[in-house]
Design a protein around this ligand. Structure first.
Ligand code: ATP
Length: 270
């Protein structure tokens, strides 16, 4: 079986309504949606549409979700790939795969390319000279830079990339005409956590009077992904206990379970 190079989604349903909090980031990407929907409006005055933006923030904060929502709002195809898959799966052919990806995206433009974990490809060059895969990674990175530089002003493909390690990226990636915009996607504060709960509680059968302010206060440091997990866990716990609706205790048990999982994960790391 052939490994999949990238995902192509033509009918993205994700919208800004699915992305809770992140007001600043949403405002910044709204501009990209406008470019994609109406490029002539911008280029007619001589402006150049940006080619790329970097979404920077901790894991699980909604970077992928936001990129998808840009495609959904602009109603354009969404091409996505993960930097780490890329480096692992395509030994020897990384550069040609990048070429294929951009070719497809240009054919279907206006479109979005999303590269998750770009640090796997875009780490600063010249480090780890001992590792054999390094040349391969550099070739892939160079091809990515070449493709972005080769975009004409009216290509109408915008490349979004996500990382939680902007500090280790090759500075060449951030040069003008490449990923020259950084959009920060931070962990949610208590008010934003409440909004995220609201999104992920939508599909659940909730007990009467469930206090979202209380739940938001019980979950400091949780990412959007953690909160999505809590909601799902709570529903499973309630079902296991043969309840008709998910109640406060189910959520507290779910929070405990998620905290337990997070502590384990942190232990392995340190
Ligand atoms: P990673 O860096 O680990 O790839 P990410 O920042 O791309 O993470 P996502 O994959 O977008 O995070 O988030 C995972 C899931 O968590 C989303 O599909 C969504 O269910 C939930 N989620 C995260 N952030 C938000 C948010 N701001 N609003 C609503 N749901 C969110």
């Amino acid at each position: 079986s052939k490994a999949k190079l990238f995902d192509e989604k033509t009918d993205v349903k994700t919208s800004f309504k699915d992305v809770a909090g992140l007001e600043g980031a949403k405002e910044e990407v709204q501009e990209i949606v406008d470019f994609l929907k109406n490029p002539e409006k911008y280029t007619s005055l001589g402006g150049k549409i940006p080619k790329g933006a970097l979404l920077v923030g901790p894991p699980g904060t909604g970077k992928t979700l936001l990129a998808k929502a840009v495609a959904g709002e602009a109603k354009v195809p969404f091409f996505s790939l993960s930097g780490s898959d890329f480096v692992e799966m395509f030994v020897g052919v990384g550069a040609s795969r990048v070429r294929d990806l951009f070719k497809q995206a240009k054919e279907k433009s206006p479109s979005i390319i999303f590269i998750d974990e770009i640090d796997a490809i875009g780490r600063a060059r010249g480090k780890n000279a001992m590792s054999g895969s390094n040349d391969e990674r550099e070739n892939t990175l160079n091809q990515l830079l070449t493709e972005m530089d080769g975009f004409g002003t009216n290509t109408n493909v915008i490349v979004l990339a996500a990382t939680n390690r902007a500090d280790i990226l090759d500075k060449a990636l951030m040069r003008a005409g490449r990923f020259d915009r950084q959009i920060f996607v931070d962990l949610p504060d208590v008010r934003e956590r409440k909004e995220i709960f609201e999104v992920h509680l939508r599909p659940l059968k909730k007990a009467e009077g469930l206090d979202l302010d209380f739940l938001s206060k019980q979950t400091p440091g949780f990412s959007g992904a953690d909160i999505a997990n809590v909601c799902n866990e709570a529903a499973l716990i309630a079902a296991r206990n043969n309840k008709k609706a998910v109640d406060k205790q189910d959520f507290l048990d779910a929070v405990d379970r998620i905290i337990g999982g997070l502590e384990k994960k942190n232990k392995i790391v340190t």
